[in-house]
Design a protein around this ligand. Structure first.
Ligand SMILES: *[C@@H]1O[C@H](CO)[C@@H](O)[C@H](O)[C@H]1NC(C)=O
Ligand SMILES: *[C@@H]1O[C@H](CO)[C@@H](O)[C@H](O)[C@H]1NC(C)=O
Ligand SMILES: *[C@@H]1O[C@H](CO)[C@@H](O)[C@H](O)[C@H]1NC(C)=O
Ligand SMILES: *[C@@H]1O[C@H](CO)[C@@H](O)[C@H](O)[C@H]1NC(C)=O
Ligand SMILES: *[C@@H]1O[C@H](CO)[C@@H](O)[C@H](O)[C@H]1NC(C)=O
Ligand SMILES: *[C@@H]1O[C@H](CO)[C@@H](O)[C@H](O)[C@H]1NC(C)=O
Length: 442
């Protein structure tokens, strides 16, 4: 028995390399997928000689052995300028009414800050009378692209799929930084996405919002965290407890901090609206030194995150301090590209607290283009906001990095490189989305 294999040679350098060295020998889809998993994010610059292979390649394989039965043939180079930035990828073939449709995603890499599945991300399609062509390209490509108008509040759309409902209506799904659902119609034998318009957050007469944004209040009285919380990577062992001290979410520190590429003791929940406040209270946290630190993070990932927390004095100093660690986007100077290491600039500020152990409340006020980080010592004091950050710092992919989700709020406890025995007890989690959910729509 034979089947067609579509290679996804785009994301991965290692796969391209295999395509070069193992040309004609065939790879099973399983080996392609595991290569994808193992090697994402890794682009050794010396191996670009394989870039001639970029495109959608196809060959027949024997599905019982995985061996190729035919040499690989390039069936689509995509529609973007055919240079080393182009990444036609994610091929899907559908048979509709006897015609075969090859739907792909296109992205451009290495073009910071617009590389990867960013502003250029799109979906394009071609069709043919058989699963191996000959192919005809849709004159209306791209059939999905939100980047032509940067004032669209949904951007970076691509990687689409289509499906026909039981009632015969066609639908599409695609990635922005969230997953979008939209109607698909047909015109002259080509699918038309969302009536030819860019995707939007809401389609009022088409789709109903079944879970509109709502206030989230958790006073940590249950014994387990609900499923709206998550961790970064898989914790080596549990670092949180709702039973060690009833009425509090206790986080035991580990040596990792929110910026480490590891499993920091960090509990996250997604930001749900451009306009939103997040508030919590850290009870009686008495740091041992300036490495002991617990507080709140406005977190995209380990490369892009901001904290406001409580830490100890430097050296032999006394007392507790609020520590505020924020980032902004570095300016590119000269012809040299920014790197992961210098694409953001970190600012650290410290403010002395008055008491040795009073609770410290934290508040993050998110607005469409900024975040304010605030704290208040005690249960009733007014908040002061020592830092405002530009939300661009959490919405542009870092150099060499990718962007596949949105920002989160988090609470953490760390020994900043050393174990810490001081637990951090958080009393509640309050997240309040504003009515002004989006930048440009009201
Ligand atoms: C893209 O470049 C490759 C390698 O030079 C070439 O084989 C291919 O024909 C080009 N495709 C298009 C659409 O220009
Ligand atoms: C590829 O072509 C695009 C459009 O001309 C250009 O912006 C981009 O810099 C090129 N990339 C490379 C690596 O040459
Ligand atoms: C498939 O063919 C039927 C009959 O010609 C037609 O009514 C229908 O619209 C076609 N469907 C698509 C998706 O083109
Ligand atoms: C802690 O304080 C020491 C000086 O005592 C300083 O060298 C170090 O950088 C500080 N570490 C942090 C994480 O603030
Ligand atoms: C970032 O680092 C790269 C590589 O070291 C360097 O060429 C570039 O000038 C740096 N840019 C900035 C703004 O520091
Ligand atoms: C929503 O936020 C945007 C950007 O800050 C602002 O221009 C607009 O006036 C706001 N709309 C409402 C109804 O507050």
């Amino acid at each position: 028995m034979a089947m067609l294999v579509l290679f996804l040679p785009s994301i991965l350098h290692e796969l391209m390399l295999q395509r070069c060295t193992a040309h004609g020998q065939g790879l099973t889809t399983a080996s392609i997928k595991s290569t994808v998993r193992l090697k994402s994010n890794f682009f050794p610059p010396g191996h670009l000689k394989c870039l001639g292979y970029l495109g959608i390649w196809q060959n027949k394989i024997d599905i019982s052995t995985g061996n190729s039965l035919t040499p690989a043939e390039k069936i689509f180079s995509g529609t973007l300028p055919n240079n080393s930035s182009a990444r036609p990828e994610g091929p899907h073939i559908y048979r509709v009414n006897g015609t075969y449709y090859l739907l792909i995603a296109e992205v451009r890499l290495f073009e910071y800050p617009l590389g990867g599945t960013d502003i250029n991300h799109r979906a394009t399609i071609q069709r043919g009378p058989s699963p191996s062509g000959p192919w005809e390209t849709n004159p209306s490509n791209p059939i999905l692209y939100n980047g032509a108008d940067l004032s669209n509040s949904v951007q970076n759309t691509g990687h689409a799929d289509i499906v026909q409902g039981a009632d015969g209506q066609w639908w599409g799904v695609a990635l922005g930084r969230e997953t979008f659902l939209f109607p698909v119609t047909w015109d002259a034998g080509w699918p038309v996405f969302n009536n030819g318009h860019p995707l939007t957050e809401h389609l009022p007469s088409v789709l109903h919002d079944v879970s509109p944004l709502a206030q989230y209040d958790n006073s940590f009285t249950s014994t387990e965290l609900d499923a709206s919380f998550y961790f970064v990577r898989t914790p080596y062992k549990p670092f949180h407890s709702l039973t060690a001290r009833r009425g509090f979410l206790r986080i035991y520190a580990n040596a990792y901090a929110p910026g480490d590429r590891d499993s920091a003791a960090l509990v996250l929940r997604k930001q749900t609206s451009y306009t939103e406040t997040f508030e919590t209270s850290l009870d009686a946290f008495v740091p041992r030194d300036n490495l002991t630190e617990a507080g709140v993070s406005v977190y995209y990932g380990d490369l892009l995150h901001n904290e406001i927390g409580v830490s100890g004095a430097e050296g032999d100093g006394e007392g507790r301090f609020v520590i505020v660690r924020t980032i902004f986007q570095a300016e590119q100077v000269g012809p040299w590209a920014l790197t992961t290491a210098n694409c953001t600039v970190v600012t650290v500020k410290r403010y002395k607290l008055a008491t040795p152990n009073a609770p410290v409340r934290f508040k993050v006020v998110a607005e469409p283009t900024s975040y304010k980080l605030g704290y208040a010592e005690g249960d009733n004091e007014e908040f002061t906001f020592p830092a405002t950050i530009d939300s661009a710092a959490l919405s542009l992919a870092p150099a060499g990095g990718f962007f596949f989700k949105g920002a989160s709020f988090g609470i953490y406890n760390t020994g900043n490189g050393r174990p810490s025995l001081i637990p951090a007890d958080f009393k509640y989690w309050k997240q309040t989305p504003g009515s002004n959910g989006s930048i440009f729509e009201q």
